[in-house]
Design a protein around this ligand. Sequence first.
Ligand code: ADP
Ligand code: NI
Length: 225
Amino acid sequence: MNEQELVKQTAKHVEALFSGEGSGHDWWHIRRVWQNALKIGQQEKADLLIVQLGALLHDIADWKFHGGDEEAGPREAAKWLRSLQAPEHIITKVCQIIREVSYKGAGVDTEPSTLEAAVVQDADRLDAIGAIGVGRAFAYGGHKNREMYNPHIMPQLHASFEEYKKNSGPTINHFYEKLFLLKDRLNTSTGLQMAEERNNFMKQFVRQFLAEWHPEEDIPESFHV
Ligand code: ADP
Ligand code: NI
């Protein structure tokens, strides 16, 4: 199977698996990450086959397993790629990307080991910020029955992945705990450029949200943007 066909078949497969997911991990998320990864990958001169397969398969574990088993994603991806007779050296690189893209909390280092992993991680993070990031955060919060905001619950920075996962605070806190931190954690200059506008918009959104909620002097210190 040629490279183009490998990407096309994988996109079709992932679209079929994810259609109808309501928790922020729908096919459209995957598609946006794929398209942005392609754009960043072109600029950064990355291997576009690895980038595209990594982007398409980066959340494959979430379709079935929802966290827990760290190897579930790489295992599913490898199984799929082997069924298409993809070369092993490609499968190895794609699986490594899947291990490296996910965000594990403010205090946890997730340095990508290849340019291709860096590109996919940036594309995934871009999709968590900006207007789409705002939409996804509230969609996730609604799915989990979270409050939008609570002036008595302050945001916290999580030192470990365990702590980050346990968190069940209001959705606005997620901006301070993760979303505002992402811009400074992007790997590529192309990603950083794309993040600038999205980050500004997101800050503007939170400022406006708090201004509508509180008179200026009542906004708690921890929520100043
Ligand atoms: P990804 O790495 O693909 O962005 P995540 O599982 O980390 O996937 O998150 C999926 C989406 O849900 C992201 O947009 C993220 O910001 C949002 N999200 C995750 N945790 C929370 C939370 N506690 N509150 C609000 N939104 C969240
Ligand atoms: Ni993702």
